[in-house]
Design a protein. Structure first.
Length: 226
């Protein structure tokens, strides 16, 4: 009898340690709401929405921001250089970015080295610093977005610095250095021009000899008789 109880005690933990597949899936599914509640508990507070715009119809920048408890939860940035547009939309805890809070500053690092945002939560405004945001990924053009954008509570006009600058042009090819120029084939010296032949001075004209005066004609009447 004692042996039967002992073997039953050994077998019981083995059966208990192998839950069924549905039970395991249910346990994993229960963890996700718990993690979401834990993240929400850290960012409890009032939901606030801020937005601003600056520019014209053909050239503009605007941003819409959601904050929870005074800290940014999502960013939707849009810019337009007609005919091109630029759009960046990221949310805290999404699969495309990493968020880190330190005091009143939040650093958002985009995956695949596509740039980063530094968010400064000021008393009356939120300032976004753009650090080498990849234009090719979000705007379809070469270059990086670098600068700042400030959205102020109670104002619908953004404050921009740098982020709407055009993509830098291709650098100019520097001129060849003197050493490289020295290696180039020297140009053939130009043949000296033949000296000009001096002009022969003109021979002065011989003055004309004055003609002798004509002898007066002798009339027949006046001629002496022979």
């Amino acid at each position: 009898m004692a042996c039967a109880i002992f073997f039953a005690w050994l077998a019981a933990p083995a059966y208990a340690a192998a839950p069924s597949a549905p039970a395991a899936q249910k346990a994993q599914g229960a963890k996700k709401p718990q993690q979401a509640r834990a993240r929400a508990a850290v960012r409890r507070g009032k939901l606030e929405k801020l937005s601003c715009t600056l520019g014209t119809e053909d050239r503009q920048a605007r941003i819409a921001v959601e904050l929870i408890g005074g800290r940014v939860e999502s960013i939707a940035y849009y810019a337009k250089w007609k005919p091109r547009t630029c759009s960046v939309h990221i949310v805290r805890d999404d699969a495309w970015s990493q968020w880190k809070d330190t005091g009143s500053v939040t650093v958002v690092t985009l995956n695949e080295d596509k740039g980063a945002f530094l968010i400064d939560h000021e008393r009356g405004a939120v300032k976004f610093l753009f650090r080498d945001i990849d234009r090719e990924r979000f705007c379809g053009m070469e270059g990086k977005i670098t600068g700042s954008l400030t959205v102020t509570r109670g104002r619908d006009r953004c404050e921009l610095e740098g982020i709407m600058d055009e993509a830098p042009e291709a650098p100019q090819v520097p001129q060849a250095s003197q050493a490289l120029q020295a290696l180039q084939a020297p140009q053939a010296p130009q043949a000296p021009q033949a000296p000009q032949v001096p002009q022969v001075p003109q021979v002065p004209q011989v003055p004309q000899v004055p003609q002798a005066p004509a002898e007066p004609a002798i009339s027949k009447e006046a001629a002496p008789a022979s």
